[in-house]
Design a protein around this ligand. Structure first.
Ligand SMILES: NC(=O)c1ccc[n+]([C@@H]2O[C@H](COP(=O)([O-])OP(=O)(O)OC[C@H]3O[C@@H](n4cnc5c(N)ncnc54)[C@H](OP(=O)(O)O)[C@@H]3O)[C@@H](O)[C@H]2O)c1
Length: 243
């Protein structure tokens, strides 16, 4: 088994995921670049390796059971275990998304990637994570998934546009994370959700105000929590986010 910490980041070929991989790699970790497109994955791995990161490619479409199973097999063969899983891959489903006009297919597609994809990949990786001394799971959510912030109650500013597929998919992901934390309580696995803030990436036509590197910081922090760190919580750089 490798002495290096082994991480897998999904959707790591660009945007925030790429910067999470770079950030974990800068710690001296071995980082699996999970990406569904062969060329984009190869390019990202080469770019990371050129900066000194011990990166390796992991073919992974989070909507595909066989792909998740094969990804787990690849990591098992390479490292024998997994220490950190960052579920970052996500889609918006396209905007606008008014509830009164949405195509149900959009909801299904977004939930399939942003929620079921996380469950699929997490469950494929859990046997490998259970072999780690300090396993961490980081789910990339958004403060637009906070019901408090969506509704602007309790003095919180209303966050994000009306988006009936994307925002609730992150609310769903937050709840799923809490369920995992409950099931995994009593184990050494810590699982949390992080919000990167409003980051300039393909996801929003580069309208975000933060850099992908800034957006990656919270995932790196949650990936490196101490053994007595929190689990089942929702964080951004400024601290805990209200559900
Ligand atoms: N940008 C923001 O302001 C913001 C704010 C809050 C939360 N987030 C969250 O941050 C995460 C990363 O978003 P981003 O802004 O970095 O967006 P991005 O640049 O569009 O990157 C999304 C990544 O997810 C991958 N992906 C999408 N569907 C996939 C699938 N089925 N299987 C595997 N990979 C898949 C994409 O791969 P391809 O290149 O193959 O499409 C890409 O690598 C998402 O979960 C997003 O919801 C972003």
């Amino acid at each position: 088994m490798s002495q290096r910490t082994i991480a897998l980041v999904t959707g790591a070929n660009k945007g925030i995921g790429y910067e999470i991989a770079a950030g974990l790699g800068a710690l001296g970790w071995s980082v699996g670049v999970g990406a569904r497109d062969d060329q984009r994955r190869t390019d990202a791995v080469e770019k990371l390796r050129a900066t000194g990161v011990d990166a390796f490619g992991v073919p992974l479409d989070v909507t595909d059971d066989a792909s998740a199973t094969a990804a787990a097999r690849l990591i098992e063969e390479r490292a024998g275990r997994l220490d950190v899983l960052v579920n970052n891959a996500g889609i918006t489903g396209g905007m606008p998304q008014e509830p009164s006009r949405v195509d149900p297919a959009t909801i299904r597609a977004v939930v399939e990637t942003n929620v079921i994809g996380v469950i699929r990949v997490t469950n494929a990786m859990l046997p490998l994570l259970r072999r780690s001394a300090s396993p961490r799971i980081v789910n990339t959510s958004s403060s637009v998934g906070s019901l408090t912030r969506q509704s602007g109650v309790a003095g919180e500013q209303t966050t994000g546009p009306v988006a009936v597929a994307y925002a609730p998919s992150k609310t769903f992901l937050n709840a799923v994370t809490v369920q995992y934390a409950r099931e995994l309580s009593g184990t050494n696995i810590l699982i949390n959700v992080g919000c990167p803030g409003f980051v300039a990436t393909d996801l929003n036509g580069f309208r975000g105000v933060r850099t992908p590197g800034q957006g990656a910081a919270i995932a790196v922090k949650l990936a490196t929590l101490p053994d007595d760190g929190p689990t089942g919580k929702f964080f951004e750089d400024a601290g805990e986010v209200p559900w």
